[in-house]
Design a protein around this ligand. Structure first.
Ligand code: UT7
Length: 341
């Protein structure tokens, strides 16, 4: 029986400096602040400028997470880097080895996870599995995105929703006897349904529709989303997955101090809270400031909720996400006594 537990011991986040308000988008797209705010809850988002890559944002967030965990960047700081992203620096190779190298972490295993908006929770599961298997003692887990690089500039729906950013945590092995201590990851649920693969997709550039000959139409390289169908799936999957974790842990809805859902749409987050019987006031919302940042969304929401004093040590936190694939997942933890950077 594995006697190791896994705890979250550091948290860092980074947003690129260019803030894009709803007004900025209204100037070039057929949309209004009223539509964006009432349909999504989003008021602004951040976009990385030309030449700024996902890896650049990931390095900043990773550096901050290490600092928050009291670790100096350098060989031996962590034994693993897992990077969740939909927008890697290149189709090949993965971005994580470069991020590990730029953080001077030595020759640690490093790989990307492609689970779109659920990516950060998949990455938490992967990294904690390494720790449970004895393959790592400490892991840097990053969610980083530059959706601004894959948005179709003429698609008003996706343009108003998505933002860029990065968030990272450090996970560490701790003795298994501390079964209810601060920061412990207590349970996880992950799932997928590939029959919904076309609801969120970049049609071209992979092996099915190659970027070379015959060249696809330019707009097939852009991100597409069937918003209405995704909305329903997101509410149902996040609610069911969260409930699975609550049932397994024996937590009732009123024992959840904070629901930290993927910041897709305030109406989705409120519907998930209602479906679980958790008051909407206990759903963390920061999409008004940062938009939907996909794999970076949950660590950015955690960073905001920790910074404003909502997340306090020992709080029972339920994370839940849904994204392209289709993929979904939920993770329960107790909040650690850390200072986010
Ligand atoms: O992160 C991964 C998971 N992603 C999600 O969970 C996103 C889920 N989906 C959503 O959040 C919502 O479906 C959207 C925010 C994407 C769209 O909201 P909606 O209430 O489902 O709107 P809709 O797609 O039904 O569109 C309603 C109307 C349409 O016009 P008509 O056909 O009624 O005349 C759209 O063309 O709103 C129009 N519309 C816009 N109008 C102004 C779509 N985008 C815009 C826009 N500004 N930006």
């Amino acid at each position: 029986m594995d006697n190791t537990a896994v705890a979250l011991v550091g948290l860092g986040s980074y947003l690129p400096p260019q803030r894009i308000t709803n007004e900025t988008l209204c100037a070039r797209l057929d949309t209004t602040d009223e539509w964006i705010t009432s349909r999504t809850g989003i008021r602004s988002r951040y976009w990385a400028g030309p030449g700024v890559s996902t890896g650049d944002l990931a390095v900043e967030a990773g550096h901050r997470a290490l600092k928050s965990a009291g670790l100096e960047a350098g060989a031996g700081a962590v034994d693993l880097v897992v990077l969740a992203t939909t927008t890697p620096d290149n189709p090949c190779p993965a971005t994580a080895p470069d991020v590990a190298s730029r953080l001077d972490l030595g020759h640690v295993p490093a790989y990307d996870i492609a689970a779109v908006c659920s990516g950060f929770l998949y990455a938490l599961a992967a990294a904690s599995s390494h720790i449970h298997a004895g393959l790592a003692r400490r892991a840097l887990v990053i969610g980083a995105e530059t959706y601004s690089t894959i948005l179709n500039p003429t698609d008003r729906t996706t343009n108003v929703i998505f933002g860029d950013g990065a968030g990272a945590v450090v996970l560490s092995a701790v003795p298994g006897e501390e079964t209810d201590g601060n920061g412990l990851l207590l349970d996880m649920d992950l799932g997928s349904d590939g029959s919904g693969r076309n609801l969120i997709t970049i049609p071209a550039g992979g092996s099915r529709q190659r970027a070379t000959t015959p060249a696809p139409a330019a707009d097939e390289h852009y991100f597409t989303m069937q918003g209405k169908q995704v909305f329903t799936q997101a509410v149902n999957r996040m609610t069911e997955s969260s409930q699975t974790v609550l049932d397994r842990l024996g937590w009732s809805a009123d024992q959840v101090d904070w629901l930290v859902g993927h910041q897709a749409n305030v109406r989705i987050l409120n519907a998930v809270a209602r479906g679980l019987g958790i008051p909407e006031e206990r759903a963390v919302i920061n999409l008004d400031k940062v938009g939907n940042t996909s794999a970076a969304s949950i660590p950015l929401a955690l960073a905001d909720a920790a910074a404003d004093g909502s997340l306090t040590p020992g709080a029972r936190v339920l994370l839940t996400a849904f994204g392209g694939g289709l993929t979904w997942g939920s993770v329960a933890l107790t909040w650690p006594d850390i200072i986010p950077a």
